[in-house]
Design a protein around this ligand. Structure first.
Ligand code: PMP
Length: 338
């Protein structure tokens, strides 16, 4: 018989899929590492399991314990799968910016969800950073994961996703591009790929309203760069320890509107029903067109599934209210008419 002993054994080994239409203006081949094939439908399953197993190994997480994390949803889903299989409780602290689907999904897999306001300073006692820390102090036998600074986050991508990309491209990958939030994905994969071939270029995709690009270019943490934005999962108002700025060659910023529009294009033109940060990643790549040559082999990573954004990106009213729907975008209504 060929089977997995539990759902955690199905994490990883996601497919690499060539993009054929959306990249037609680029001179080279582009492949997408499609992470929604993980059981929790995102890349974060990998790091969630790694963080849990490393914490079990050194005694930070004890039998019957409670896992506590400030998570935008995808890490929470990965932690929930690990908690179910391994017998832990889970509390997810989430901001009110996150889609309702993400909160409902977390509850469906047994997590207790605490919602905090988005537009407060990280130091504010109501912020999701502060609330998660406080809950961890007050809850007996609990472990605060802290995906931002937890090295197991980068390690999971260094040990798994990086080697997968290298092997799937037969070592031919020349550029890797991905959205950056905690930094675990870009830092782990980037470090592995650069160890195999120091010439591989690593490009990070940032949002408007986030500090990464400016900090990378100037070394200055500029608070003027911080304002609220819509894109989920990427960009930060802090500098997480998991962002290894030394392995990132360049950051490009993508607007919320472009992220939303290109997310829809990926579904319509490639059949890839992915989340908003994947729209950011593909648009970020198109913005880098001038740096690419015909023999280049680009890998772009798509973090999660469009199913988490049904009420947002894939809802015409939500898109229209924000001015994201324009003539060039095919709406559901247009499709029915045609
Ligand atoms: N996209 C989505 C949808 C995410 O949930 C995350 C994780 N915050 C990212 C991108 C960024 O990944 P990382 O935290 O590894 O930088």
């Amino acid at each position: 018989m060929n089977y997995a002993k539990n759902i955690l054994e199905t994490i990883g080994n996601t497919p690499l899929v060539q993009l054929n239409h959306i990249v037609k203006d680029l001179p080279c081949k582009v492949f997408a590492k499609v992470e929604y094939f993980n059981p929790g439908h995102s890349c974060k399953d990998r790091m969630a399991l790694q963080m849990v197993e490393d914490a079990e190994a050194d005694g930070r997480l004890k039998p019957g314990g409670t896992i506590i994390e400030g998570t935008s949803g995808n890490t929470g889903m990965g932690l929930a799968l690990a908690a179910i299989v391994k017998g832990y409780k889970l509390i997810c602290v989430i901001t009110d910016k996150q889609s309702k689907e993400k909160m409902d999904i977390l509850r469906a897999v047994g997590a207790k969800v605490v919602v905090c306001p988005t537009d407060v300073e990280p130091e504010d006692p109501r912020s999701y950073y502060s609330v998660s820390k406080r809950l961890a102090e007050e809850t007996p036998n609990s472990w605060y994961v802290n995906q931002y600074d937890n090295p197991s986050n980068t390690k999971a991508n260094y040990l798994q996703t990086g080697p997968e990309i290298w092997n799937q491209t037969d070592g031919k990958v020349t550029h890797f591009i991905v959205g950056v939030g905690t930094g675990g994905t870009i830092s782990g994969i980037g470090k592995y790929l650069k160890e195999q071939n120091p010439d591989v270029k690593i490009w990070g995709v940032d949002t408007y309203g986030s500090v990464f690009k400016k900090y990378h270019e100037t070394g200055i943490f500029d608070e003027n760069e911080v304002y609220s934005y819509v894109t989920e999962g990427i960009g930060e108002d802090i500098l997480p320890k998991n962002v290894d700025f030394s392995i990132i060659d360049h950051f490009t910023k993508v607007t919320d509107k472009d992220a939303a529009v290109y997310c829809r294009k990926l579904a319509l033109e490639e059949g890839l029903f992915v989340g908003m940060s994947s729209g950011s990643a593909i648009k970020g790549l198109l913005q880098m067109k001038g740096e690419l040559k015909p023999d280049d082999v680009v890998v772009v990573l798509f973090h999660d599934s469009g199913s988490r954004y049904i009420g947002k990106i894939f809802n015409d009213d939500w898109m229209r209210e924000r001015g994201y729907l324009e003539d060039e975008v095919v709406t559901a209504a247009d499709l029915i008419k045609n």
